[in-house]
Design a protein around this ligand. Sequence first.
Ligand SMILES: O=P(O)(O)OC[C@H]1O[C@H](O[C@H]2O[C@H](CO)[C@@H](O)[C@H](O)[C@H]2O)[C@H](O)[C@@H](O)[C@@H]1O
Length: 368
Amino acid sequence: MTQQNVVVSDTKSRIKRAVSVAQKPLVVPGKYNIQYSYPRSRRVLKNIEINGEQRINSWVDCMRASSPTQAKSILSLAEEQYTSWILRHPSALDMFEQIVDASQGKQIVMFLDYDGTLSPIVNDPDRAFMSHSMRKTVRKLAKCFPTAIVTGRSIDKVYNFVRLEELYYAGSHGMDIKGPSKSFKFNKDKKSEEVLFQPASEFLPMIAEVYQKLVEKTKSIAGARVENNKFCASVHFRCVDEKKWSELAQQVSSVLKEYPRLRLTQGRKVLEVRPTIKWDKGKALQFLLESLGFANSTDVFPIYIGDDKTDEDAFKKLIDRGQGLGILVSKFPKETSASYSLQEPNEVMDFLQRLVEWKQVRTRSYLK
Ligand SMILES: O=P(O)(O)OC[C@H]1O[C@H](O[C@H]2O[C@H](CO)[C@@H](O)[C@H](O)[C@H]2O)[C@H](O)[C@@H](O)[C@@H]1O
């Protein structure tokens, strides 16, 4: 079954669900961000989601008080936009049967982003814990399919959260790749040594130096926080007053001026400083598929689940390969190359759990 077939079928129920989701009051304010919450590459520090949401909330309050009819038309517009988005990126839970049908006869390989996908977004990056039930689900998932965590975090950090030896890990946006320990190898026929790839290893001292400079430069800005992710560094502004965002951006930019071999990208309330090498989460996905022996295989069905801009490189890679599918985790419409959507980590867990159950049923009936 082609992806188009999958998307076209079941339209009525999806519209129904889309409209009912769009009507949930909690979700509605953020939907005004449709075109604005996902800033295009260089529009740094503008139109960012949470404050956008607050601002819009107060706009809507004022508008309701002064002109109820006008407010209603804005709400309808948001609903329409959400409905149109969800039709293009239907829920992976609603489309579960079609997704597994499309994978028939192929080896599913799972790629999971960490923050915002397996763990909820929180203010303190050191406290982005994943739940026990999520860990249990991912453990079961890895017994059924080769499974990789692909993250902007350093491998050490993400491993401290995930604590599952049986997974592949691609840390620092894919610039640090490790395989599972030998006893957990999925494909026992493949070479037994751990996969290990560090395409940006020469940048290690530079990132360490830049990290120190960023800490120094930003320390006067309340709430700013710099995280060393080994081959890249993150400057968090989730807890910085919006009035201070441009000052923070200037400080970061002044440090980067001295480092032409580093570039800046943006994630969810975070500025990511990373090497200019042509390597990203999409390339990491490709590398891992090759390591698993699926370089030119048509019998593989990779599923990538992620919530952030950096995950778009992986979604695009799947489109280029013409294999598998991408699932964006988001409550709000965003520009994306993913085919499907899930609203939050809890839905991701439900989806993974269904995959596990589906696989177990198939294995049982195969053994009968
Ligand atoms: O690729 P990911 O696994 O999604 O990592 C991207 C960044 O995630 C983390 O920051 C994000 O999550 C934090 C905790 O919920 C949140 O406070 C922050 O605002 C988000 O941007 C991580 O701390 C960064 O280092 C990663 O680059």
